[in-house]
Design a binder for this molecule. Sequence first.
Ligand SMILES: Cc1cc2nc3c(=O)[nH]c(=O)nc-3n(C[C@H](O)[C@H](O)[C@H](O)COP(=O)(O)OP(=O)(O)OC[C@H]3O[C@@H](n4cnc5c(N)ncnc54)[C@H](O)[C@@H]3O)c2cc1C
Length: 211
Amino acid sequence: MSGLRDDEPPTDDGFVTYVRKRLPHPLLRRWPDEAEPLSSAFGYRRTANIRRRYDLPGRRRAGFLAAGDALCTFNPIHGQGMAVAAMSAVVLRETLSGPRRIPTTRCVQKALPAASRQAWGISAGSDRSMPGAVGSALASGPADRVAGWYLRRVLERYPGDPVVGTAFRSVLGLCAPVTSLFAPSVARAVLLRPPMPTPAEPPTSPEEPGA
Ligand SMILES: Cc1cc2nc3c(=O)[nH]c(=O)nc-3n(C[C@H](O)[C@H](O)[C@H](O)COP(=O)(O)OP(=O)(O)OC[C@H]3O[C@@H](n4cnc5c(N)ncnc54)[C@H](O)[C@@H]3O)c2cc1C
């Protein structure tokens, strides 16, 4: 469960009430009644996105390698960190098994940021509009404004439009590149179709939109 400032989930007895209030459908609201708690609720309040640029000149020490959260930490609300840690491990494996017999720290540290680039764009990009947000990710140019306009149309359509919804969820889950949001079928729906109403009921089979 997550909530913005002044609406954070409580970690005391109020937690279950909060869960019931926030879950949008009776099917989901049943869950806290039937679930058995394994522990008390824990809170986590550090939501900064932090990227350390060890790939830049003068910022790396030979023999020292940073990956996963040590290189790039995300606001956990976006659920990106484990996927990025796994993708970093794949980049590390590929770099270490490259044709050079002993890859330098520089070569490995320069390859690693690719694993977190998309997740960083999603996390830092979404959090830019949070009230009181500060940091280098706030800087934006004309291209960001056009992308922001397009993304707002995606967000209006993804809950009800199966084409936009499938593409958007694949990008959020880091299973597809951001460019797939501009594929012709998705762009047509985003630019030409009005938003479809969000289904009132959750999908009950994999074939239904949103499943
Ligand atoms: C509340 C919360 C919710 C999250 N939800 C999601 C989610 O839904 N999906 C998702 O993908 N990611 C999520 N994440 C992010 C994810 O947990 C991290 O991105 C991921 O665990 C990073 O892996 P890591 O191996 O880089 O670091 P870690 O998992 O932090 O591992 C580092 C390890 O190093 C150990 N260590 C530290 N210092 C030393 C030392 N000096 N000597 C020896 N050992 C040391 C630590 O004890 C730890 O075990 C969430 C994070 C938080 C905080």
